[in-house]
Ligand binder design. Structure first.
Ligand code: CA
Length: 361
């Protein structure tokens, strides 16, 4: 009896945060087996980013005792890196793993559910999405595309990236051709730079051959794997453009509705576990990789000058305000995001920020 009560409590708790789930149809066979395909925007088995969907697939298969199998495909294996949203929307693939800001041309408000410049950190966006009203908004804006999103990983605060020339003033930003997606790219453009969007797999060659002057990617752990230190000299921080990017598991809504309820709960629970696990992985590995980049590979670590950061911040705020004026959906999401950011920042100032400062001084 105790066990049954516990199971029902868990289902109830998860059900509460999952309002858009349809009621299970009586035609659904609870024992049917499912073989799904999941496409991603990352190279196959890529550390962190590419391993998250693999872990979700493994957990789902184990938790469902083999009733559900998910085969994960790397970028370009079945669809291009930036074709993931369309593949899931059309139903050619049941699942995808990617980042919402890649769809800014199609769903501009999606960027808030990945990262916006000078926005929420990883802990903060988890709290906003899972407990602060963000998830309901996210599901509402993806529903017209027949997609059901679940938060599925976070890299933590990123690095600004790899540069072949020093950034000592705003003048150095002018004409700078840099791979930087999302609103961060628009900020760079406004500051006089030339933003480029390229998938991760093309960055090393583009940087090495001088097609781009600079690139952001993720942080030390991932950047070391791509070998960017062999193509650029300076490694700049802070990653003002991606303070805590949240990744997404995309599920075709028709496919989702064809699942028995217990498999839906398994997918939600497995993905929630992986969302946190990825953040832990990045935090544990980034500091080791940074030491290796500096001590073994001689990378020069540089902090962006304060006036450059201030300029980027002013431009970011203006771009976000303007976006909210132009688009009703963005306005709604931005209001929720901004209110959360304001309150959580005030709290963090006297809690985590104050503590970290006291620990290091
Ligand atoms: Ca990035």
């Amino acid at each position: 009896m105790k066990k049954i009560t516990l199971i029902f409590s868990v289902i109830f708790l998860i059900g509460c945060s999952n309002e858009s789930t349809n009621f299970e149809s009586s035609s659904i066979n609870k024992n049917e087996t499912f073989n799904w395909r999941l496409v991603t925007s990352w190279p196959k088995n890529y550390p962190g980013l590419g391993m998250a969907p693999e872990r979700i697939a493994d957990l789902v298969e184990e938790m469902s005792d083999g009733q559900m199998k998910i085969t994960v495909y790397g970028a370009e294996e079945q669809v291009p890196a930036f074709g993931v949203f369309d593949a899931v929307s059309s139903g050619s693939h049941q699942m995808g793993h990617s980042g919402g800001y890649f769809w800014k041309g199609k769903v501009p408000a999606a960027q808030f559910f990945t990262s916006v410049p000078f926005g929420l950190t990883a802990d903060e966006i988890n709290a906003w999405v899972n407990r602060g009203g963000g998830l309901e908004l996210w599901r509402e804006i993806y529903a017209p595309f027949n997609i059901y999103p679940i938060p599925a990983g976070n890299t933590g605060t990123q690095m600004f990236g790899w540069f072949n020339k020093e950034i000592n003033s705003l003048e150095d930003v002018k004409g700078l051709k840099m791979r930087i997606p999302g609103i961060g790219g628009e900020v760079l453009k406004e500051a006089g730079g030339i933003p480029v969007t390229l998938p991760g797999g093309e960055l090393f060659t583009a940087l090495q051959t001088g097609v781009i002057d600079a690139t952001e990617w993720v942080g030390p752990y991932n950047d070391l794997t791509f070998g960017f230190h062999q193509a650029a000299k300076y490694y700049y921080y802070p990653g003002w453009h991606e303070p805590g990017p949240m990744l997404e598991l995309l599920i075709n809504i028709d496919a989702w509705n064809s699942l028995p309820k217990h498999l839906q709960v398994i997918i939600e629970t497995a993905t929630k576990a992986v969302n946190q696990d990825m953040l832990d992985e990045y935090l544990a590995k980034n500091n080791q990789a940074l030491t290796e980049l500096i001590e073994v590979h001689g990378v020069e670590l540089r902090r962006l000058p304060d006036d450059v950061i201030e300029e980027f911040r002013d431009i970011s705020n203006k771009i976000l305000d303007d976006l909210a004026k132009e688009d009703e959906t963005i306005a709604k999401v931005y209001e929720s995001y901004l209110n959360f950011k304001k309150n959580v920042s005030a709290y963090h100032e006297i809690s985590e920020d104050a503590f970290v400062e006291s620990r290091t001084k």
